[in-house]
Write a protein that binds this ligand. Structure first.
Ligand SMILES: [Mg+2]
Length: 409
């Protein structure tokens, strides 16, 4: 045991995977589908609810076979734009937690939270809070596996399903992995499984017990190398932040249906803008289009957006725009109640591309943001925020006290 590891834990990687994604969105939006077998897609099955899976329905199965297995299933047409919006909202939650998010598909991502344990907490607590937020803010079930490698986190999220959390503790990797059937190893399909079974290799532990040389005689050199590595949980791949996203956003569920006051709504906007512009600046990006997103008591939604004359990553212009938009929509909020408030910035560009064209007057506010950012870098996110700077006054613009150091280096 390395003494150092007490201070610096091994990698902490989450694999987050929405459960029966399209089918869950349909069940979310139509209460009549909840608890029932649901198949998305009239031709080939694009997704199916767990109730339909229990009858043997599988993704990519032909529609007629699926209906034969589960005649009582309710078949719905896919609504891709709704799924894509839900996916964006879920990814915004991931990215609010860690900058290291690697999207694998519309409903699946790796999230590296190694660096967060000191400031935010241990990985299992972070995973639970993501699950709670996805449930509360997007209304969907998500399973998360937590482990020290990407590969194992993905194996663990399968163990977590449905709607669960599975943590493989550091040091306990092989205890978890070795009893699993070989099929659970990434890259093992029916054919390889059969080849391995014919040699008496049924579990991952069986594979770990034979040499790669011996194994390569049975499944080929490349496969053997790969399987051996996985069976010993050797997976050095890092979480790679994928293609840059086209928008950055955050949202907050307001929970109870009690009427929300203007001041309270304003403070939520302030907090969201602070989070989003902080992320923009960390990614060295700027954006032009500001959107606020609202969900009313009856679950209907509305958005309002405005495009700024100049791309920015600064807090103030974005906050001002959000407040204007909120003002516009406020009569509706008063009438219909508010259960969720979100905001995002799109039309993104690299910060360097526009820095030179920023008017000089704009710089002082940018310096204020820079000061906040550098304090956070040293002392953590909660060390300072416009909200705490505001005290209880809430609705006025955040003003920085003079004694906050400017750029630290
Ligand atoms: Mg999934």
């Amino acid at each position: 045991m390395n003494v150092d590891s007490v201070d610096r834990p091994a990698k902490a990687i989450l694999h987050a995977d929405l459960d029966a994604f399209y089918a869950s969105v349909e069940q979310r939006d139509n209460p009549a589908l909840r608890g029932k077998p649901v198949i998305v897609g009239g031709g080939v099955v694009l997704a199916s609810s767990y109730e339909a899976r229990q009858k043997g329905v599988k993704t990519a199965m032909g529609g007629s076979e699926a209906r034969r297995l589960c005649p009582e299933a309710i078949v719905v047409e896919p609504r891709m734009s709704v799924y894509s919006q839900a996916s964006k909202e879920v990814f915004a939650i991931f990215e609010d937690v860690s900058p290291l998010v690697e999207g694998i598909s519309i409903d699946e991502a790796f999230i590296d939270v190694t660096g967060l344990w000191r400031l935010v907490g241990p990985a299992p607590a972070i995973a639970q809070s993501i699950r709670r937020k996805v449930r509360e803010e997007v209304g969907l079930p998500i399973s998360i596996g937590v482990a020290t490698t990407k590969f194992l986190a993905k194996v663990a999220s399968v163990s977590a399903k449905p709607d669960g959390l599975w943590v493989v503790p550091e040091g306990g990797e092989l205890d978890y992995l070795h009893p699993l059937p070989v099929r659970r190893l990434w890259g093992v399909g029916a054919i390889t499984e059969e080849k391995l079974a014919s040699r008496g290799l049924m579990t991952v532990g069986d594979i770990a017990g034979v040499s790669p040389e011996q194994l390569s005689g049975w499944v080929g050199k490349a496969s053997a190398h790969h399987l051996s590595a996985l069976a010993h949980n050797r997976d050095p791949r890092r979480v790679v932040v994928g293609k840059r996203r086209s928008s950055v956003g955050a949202q907050r569920s307001l929970g109870t249906r009690r009427p929300i006051g203007r001041l309270e709504a304003d403070n939520v906007v302030l907090e969201l803008v602070d989070r989003v512009t902080d992320r923009l600046r960390k990614g060295e990006r700027v954006g032009r289009t500001v959107t606020i997103r609202l969900r009313f008591n009856d679950f209907s939604r509305a958005t309002r957006s405005r495009t700024l004359p100049q791309a920015t990553g600064a807090t103030e212009p974005v906050l001002r725009t959000c407040r204007d938009l909120l003002e516009e929509v406020w009569p509706e909020v008063k009438e219909r109640g508010l259960t969720l408030l979100g905001m995002s910035i799109s039309n993104l560009d690299d910060a360097h591309a526009v820095q030179l064209s920023l008017p000089f007057a704009r710089r002082s506010r940018d310096d204020a943001d820079t000061a906040i950012d550098s304090i956070r870098e040293k002392f953590g996110r909660d060390a300072i925020s416009p909200v705490t700077l505001l005290g209880k006054r809430g609705i006025e613009m955040p003003m920085l006290p003079d004694d906050i150091p400017a750029r630290s280096g």
